[in-house]
Design a protein. Structure first.
Length: 77
């Protein structure tokens, strides 16, 4: 399997956040672990951090703070 790109990981993270929205809050480490399970050892922490940063910077996801830092979908207006 070829090494996943930051875009591949960001898209997979977004799908995971979207599928669990309203059911479970995901911490950045939860997303990193899920991506390691999905992509294997080719997916390192640096790639995952870059993917999370891409999701936040693009506005597809936001950080929420309630008893910890979570990544969630932005509120619909």
């Amino acid at each position: 399997m070829s090494q996943p790109t930051v875009d591949d990981i960001a898209n997979a993270m977004f799908e995971l956040v979207k599928s669990t929205h309203g059911k479970k809050n995901l911490k950045p480490m939860d997303l990193t672990k899920a991506m390691r399970d999905k992509f294997g050892d080719e997916c390192d922490k640096k790639l995952c951090k870059g993917a999370i940063r891409q999701l936040i910077d693009s506005g597809r996801c936001i950080y929420s703070y309630f008893g910890g830092s979570y990544i969630t979908l932005p509120e619909k207006k």
